[in-house]
Write a new protein. Structure first.
Length: 316
């Protein structure tokens, strides 16, 4: 008897580019003392804190084996950021839970970080990302103990994904779910050593984002009937691309990136997987965490007796 595994994805329209000009961020300075212990002459004044950083949502609702809801947060960082602190809220109540079953995953903006001299840090743990459920929201904090910071290159990218459990299943979620952020603090570096908030815009309680879950449907025919490997998207890409493939049955799937010389660059996955549609990101790093050069690369999928290879182009 074939085990039915359902995968649903819902993109609400398309991911709209964040509008975040490289203007100065302004905030009320509530520091009574400066880092050296002296009185703060700017206390209770509106001050320029650095160049803007802006946040936005990309929502993906999916279920694979169990029911999960994934909310992706994107960012434009007009200057390097040394971390973040923010709260994530939703109005789905107990239908959407975090607690001990939720998790957060870093996006490329927190994975690809640099030191004070602008050199890439190869350690995957350079920027730590922590989460904790507090009352009716999830509090997230990203920080570094070795002065790591984001690229600050004014490009939009994936900051993190927060994964909830749909307690009663995807099909029993409310018709709509509204998400918003609060208490957003993005410490920049342009006024170091003062780590000041440079957040300029984000979906707060007055500008919340509502996603329509009632548009989703469960299709028994969603299980693929054949093995297939899709073309990566976007292509060409910089800095991240997605590679999708279909498995009509459970199998050990190995997805590998090679260079033009046929040398292995990175292994994106190599494990036993359920039947269904699967998507993996490649962030342009080799297996050692180093940025690879611009050029043509190949990716190959091996699953059971199925082998397929396709070409992609990285432009930096």
């Amino acid at each position: 008897m074939k085990k039915l595994t359902i995968i649903l994805t819902l993109f609400v329209g398309f991911v709209q580019a964040l509008d975040c000009p490289a203007d100065s961020a302004y905030h009320l300075d509530t520091r009574t003392l400066l880092p050296d212990g002296s009185p703060n002459p700017n206390y209770d004044q509106i001050i320029a804190t650095g160049l803007c950083a802006c946040l936005g949502f990309e929502s993906i609702l999916s279920t694979l084996g169990d029911s999960t809801v994934m909310l992706a947060v994107r960012i434009v960082d007009n200057e390097p950021l040394r971390g973040l602190q923010l709260d994530v809220y939703h109005d789905a109540g107990s239908d959407l839970i975090y607690g001990d079953v939720g998790e957060v995953q870093k996006g490329e903006k927190l994975e690809i970080v640099y030191d004070e001299d602008g050199e890439l840090i190869t350690s995957s743990n350079a920027m730590q990302l922590l989460s904790n459920e507090v009352d009716d929201h999830v509090k997230l904090m990203a920080y570094s103990t070795n002065l790591a910071r984001t690229a600050g290159d004014s490009t939009e990218g994936h900051l993190f994904t927060i994964i909830y459990k749909a307690a009663n299943g995807i099909e029993n979620l409310p018709a709509t779910i509204t998400f918003y952020l609060d208490d957003v603090k993005l410490p920049g570096t342009s006024m170091a050593p003062d780590l000041l908030n440079v957040s300029c815009s984000y979906p707060d309680a007055d500008n919340a984002v509502t996603f329509n879950t009632s548009e989703m449907g469960i299709d028994d025919e969603i299980i693929p009937t054949v093995f297939s490997l899709g073309q990566n998207f976007p292509n060409p890409f910089n800095p991240t691309t997605q590679i999708a493939f279909d498995l009509p049955e459970q199998a050990t799937a190995k997805l590998v990136v090679y260079n033009l010389l046929g040398q292995q660059v990175n292994v994106l996955t190599d494990r036993y997987m359920n039947a269904g549609h699967h998507v993996f990101d490649w962030n342009g790093l080799d297996s050692g965490g180093k940025l690879v050069a611009s050029g043509v690369y190949f990716y190959e999928l091996r699953a059971g007796d199925f082998v397929a290879k396709k070409k992609m182009l990285l432009l930096r």
